[in-house]
Ligand binder design. Structure first.
Ligand SMILES: *[C@@H]1O[C@H](CO)[C@@H](O)[C@H](O)[C@H]1NC(C)=O
Length: 317
């Protein structure tokens, strides 16, 4: 199977890891992929989350606009902050069919992926159906000007480990939990510390800061956030809350972006929104986000179902 963005050596390592060496790879360093930026050094990509449901709930409309904006920005790849679905062909291949979206998709696992057979989402079977798909637990995409760190956030969340009536979680590959989390934090910390990229971006399924339905993920605020602050990352991007959000920080340059509006949005779900410092934007309908970076600046835009820009932000450094 061709792996468009990765060297064949790396994809060999990847399929080996998937074939049962996960224990090794959770102890060893994070898997690393190289994705070249444009000739002029710039890079652009789209972020979409919590998509699925075979095109319903405006998934098709959002996909259409992603295709249009993807073309306009000549995107290099797409980032997925988590899926809401297991019908991969019906909800991925057939929906994101625009020409500009025929790029590599990098994805993290969401909490839904941990219900049922988690290895199915990671497995090379999905890559055989659609070679754009790359989903690992935690990994790094080195896109020259930007380095993107994908972090498996589900095992951090205490409530998934409490006895739950309706959901059974599959923790194989992420156990023992304390060790898994400690190793992951250590790996993320050292990878961030060593990074010389102009822009450092971290992606997880769960929000660190959110005024949406789920709110802050307190375990991540406590354990992951201090590492991200200490290493001066620029952006943290997540899904999980089915909305779009932009929250800034008063103690660090980090911008928190939620892109969870890929299909079923939670319109009107949050009544009497929590007061939180730094909330720049909150939108509880469907949509997606674009990021464009150059050596000197980063531009972020939020889009609705019709492809209108509903919020913009930029920074120079
Ligand atoms: C689709 O998007 C439009 C515009 O935001 C919204 O009015 C409509 O309710 C959405 N449909 C669904 C099923 O979410």
């Amino acid at each position: 199977m061709a792996a468009p963005a990765c060297s064949s050596l790396k994809s060999l390592a990847l399929s080996k890891a998937i074939l049962g060496l996960w224990l090794v790879s959770t102890i060893a360093e994070l898997q690393r992929y190289e994705h070249p930026s444009n000739v002029d050094g710039s890079l652009s990509f789209l972020i979409i989350g919590d998509w699925g449901r075979r095109g319903t709930y405006n998934q098709t409309e959002v996909a259409l606009q992603m295709g249009r904006i993807g073309e306009k920005l000549s995107i290099n790849f797409v980032i997925s902050t988590g899926i809401e679905d297991t019908s991969f062909e019906e909800s991925f291949t057939k929906i994101y069919n625009a020409k500009s979206l025929q790029k590599q998709w990098y994805s993290v696992l969401g909490n839904h992926d941990y219900r049922g057979d988690v290895e199915e989402q990671l497995s090379p079977i999905l890559r055989k159906i659609d070679s754009r798909w790359l989903c690992l637990r935690s990994f790094i995409v080195d896109a020259e000007i930007a380095e993107i760190f994908f972090v498996d956030t589900t095992p951090f969340v205490d409530k998934y480990f409490a006895t739950q009536k309706d959901h059974v979680y599959d923790w194989k590959g992420a156990s023992p939990r304390e060790e898994y989390i400690a190793n992951l934090l250590k790996d993320v910390d050292s990878a961030l510390r060593e990074s010389t990229a102009r822009w450092k971006i971290v992606v997880g399924h769960h929000a660190i800061r959110s005024v949406g339905h789920h709110g802050d993920t307190k375990e991540l605020v406590k354990q992951l956030l201090p590492i991200l602050e200490a290493n001066n990352i620029d952006l943290y991007m997540n899904g999980h809350d089915h909305c779009l959000e932009h929250i800034s920080s008063s103690v660090s340059p980090i911008q928190f972006l939620t892109s969870g509006g890929g299909s079923k949005a939670w319109r009107g779900d949050v009544k009497g929104m929590k007061q939180m410092d730094g909330v720049k934007f909150y939108y509880d309908d469907q949509g997606f986000i674009s990021v464009q970076v150059t050596q000197t600046n980063a531009k972020i835009a939020f889009y609705d179902v019709f492809g209108n820009v509903i919020h913009k932000w930029s920074v120079s450094k």
